[in-house]
Design a protein around this ligand. Structure first.
Ligand code: ACM
Length: 533
């Protein structure tokens, strides 16, 4: 039986002869599906050495694409039906996205070797056992997050991760672009954000608690062209890129570039991990700076949502600030936390003017989250549950299940990690709709998201190790039906899927754990004090 990940609603073997894709393959599609047809055609050309030609919609072809699939009311967009029988493949979707997901499943019916890029020889046989798949996503927000602030990640890795997210039918790529340790997105009005804020003198070495440093500068930032390429590449794969500019805490890199944004005095881009006391001040000029930054960054990322961070913002500096005292008095605030609510409300209003919705980490609830804002619940599920009760849309991202910077196991062979433990089985078992959310509020759960923070992750290989295969398990939690999920059944399907990842050059973690010495190949020796692991 074919191993499709994430598991479809139904996959039924049909009788008859296999469908063979010979050396020349035809794909027919109406004009609105041309992008999907060309994307799949390229895969067949590059991965299997086929000659692909395209036909207008409705014409008989080896692979026919169409839309118009009827779907149940209120279902999430992305449904498809795939039928491979009687010498041909038909993929019909409820939308172009549905057809794209159908093609991702079709790809998984082909031999793993066809996932390899730029092969020289033609794959001898592409034979698909007759099958019918009916499928649609469970949630509309199926997210993957990457922190590019703590360690800058090359554009090529962002593109690879988008491809891998799309293979698993995920549709949101959350880029954490700014933090204390590095600012990675250019803003023409404030050039020092990248001239100064993108570079740090050195980084924590080993575990934060050891208090060691590596003595090696680190930095980098994306050009507008890089980001446009990532956005466009993602859009072709039905993935939208969610930018995050983390304010008003986690802003030391910005304050290092423009000290007037802080409480006064010079700071440098943070070299150690952890939370800083230095946060944005609440002067009108600083709030205007944030609006200006949002304007420029939003212009680079066309999606509906804009993530403004809001996590872990200490209020000690505000306690000593004249402007903060004035805002407290003007608004009758009794608690410094309300200042963050005040700040977030201003930003939400500005974003609304740009036609965007604010997304924030669950701390934004503490000062009263603005109506219409989306809450990303990371400190467990309580924030998400409270947010749904208050009428906010919610994305579940609880660290205990979905933080992939946590190690897979507590075994000594795992590479250095922050703390915690999120084994594959725990990720697989995550249920985004907590039974603690009343029935009437459950529609507020848009979906869930896995997170990769990169304090301890300085290479693409290490990131891949932490994502895979946990991301495969996560994909089933957000795509596949809740009923009938079984970790045993998933792990029986997984080895065939890992062969695909192997062919794609993904440095996944073997199911039995890291092979001796595996981590030494790609762990940055600076992070382990030169000892490797
Ligand atoms: C977070 O992990 N500070 C969102």
């Amino acid at each position: 039986m074919a191993s499709v990940v994430p598991r479809p609603i139904s996959l039924s073997a049909l009788g008859g002869e296999p469908v063979v894709l010979s050396e020349a393959v035809t794909i027919s599609s109406p004009p609105e599906l041309e992008r999907e047809a060309r994307w799949f055609g390229r895969l067949l050309e590059e991965g299997a050495g086929r000659r692909v030609s395209f036909r207008p919609g409705g014409e008989r072809a080896d692979i026919s694409l169409s839309t118009g699939l009827p779907v149940p009311a209120l279902s999430v967009e992305g449904a498809y039906r795939l039928r491979a029988a009687d010498g041909a493949v038909e993929v019909v979707g409820d939308s172009s996205g549905g057809v794209f997901y159908g093609l991702q499943s079709l790809r998984q019916l082909l031999p793993p070797a066809s996932f390899r890029r730029a092969r020289l020889a033609q794959l001898p046989l592409l034979a698909i056992d007759p099958v019918e798949i009916e499928d649609r996503p469970r949630f509309s927000w199926r997210g993957v997050h990457l922190d590019v602030s703590r360690h800058f990640m090359p554009k090529a890795f962002l593109l690879k991760l988008v491809d891998l997210a799309a293979l698993h039918k995920l549709n949101v790529f959350h880029l954490h672009l700014t933090d204390d340790q590095g600012w990675r997105v250019p803003v023409t009005k404030y050039p020092r954000l990248t001239e100064v804020g993108a570079w740090r003198r050195e980084s924590s070495a080993g575990h934060l608690l050891e208090g060691r440093f590596d003595g090696t500068p680190h930095g980098g930032f994306y050009s507008p062209e890089d980001l446009a390429e990532v956005v466009c590449y993602a859009a072709e794969r039905h993935v939208s890129v969610l930018p995050e500019v983390d304010v008003p805490g986690h802003t030391v890199a910005a304050i290092a570039a423009y000290p007037e944004l802080g409480a006064g005095g010079e700071v440098e881009v943070l070299t150690r991990w952890g939370i800083s006391e230095h946060v944005l001040n609440l002067d009108e000029a600083t709030v205007q700076f944030c609006r200006d930054v949002v304007d420029e960054v939003a212009a680079l990322f066309p999606g509906e949502y804009f993530h403004l961070g809001g996590d872990e913002c200490p209020t000690a500096e505000w306690a000593g600030s004249q402007r903060a005292a004035e805002i407290m008095a003007e608004n009758g605030f009794s608690d410094l936390r309300q200042l963050q609510g005040w700040f977030t409300a201003q930003m939400a209003e500005h974003l609304a003017g740009l036609g965007r919705r604010l997304v924030g980490w669950d701390e934004i609830l503490e000062g009263g989250a603005p109506p219409g804002s989306v809450v990303m619940s990371w400190r467990g599920e309580d924030g998400g549950i409270a947010a749904a009760a208050a009428g906010h849309d919610v994305v579940m991202a609880p660290q205990e299940w979905l933080y992939f910077d946590w190690p897979y196991s507590t075994g000594p062979e795992e590479p250095l990690a922050i703390w915690g433990c999120t084994p594959l089985e725990k990720v697989y078992g995550y249920e985004p709709v907590s039974p603690r959310i009343p029935e009437a509020s459950r529609h507020h759960v848009l979906g869930a998201q896995c997170q990769l923070w990169t304090e301890y992750v300085s290479s693409a290989e290490h990131a891949e190790y932490l994502y895979f295969p946990r991301l495969c398990a996560f994909a089933e939690a957000v795509w596949s039906p809740a009923s009938g999920r079984s970790f045993g059944e998933f792990t029986a399907r997984l080895p065939a899927h890992l062969e695909r990842l192997e062919a794609l050059g993904v440095n996944y973690r073997p199911l039995a754990g890291p092979t001796p010495g595996q981590a030494r190949i790609w762990l940055d020796p600076r992070q382990t004090g030169g000892q490797g692991r």
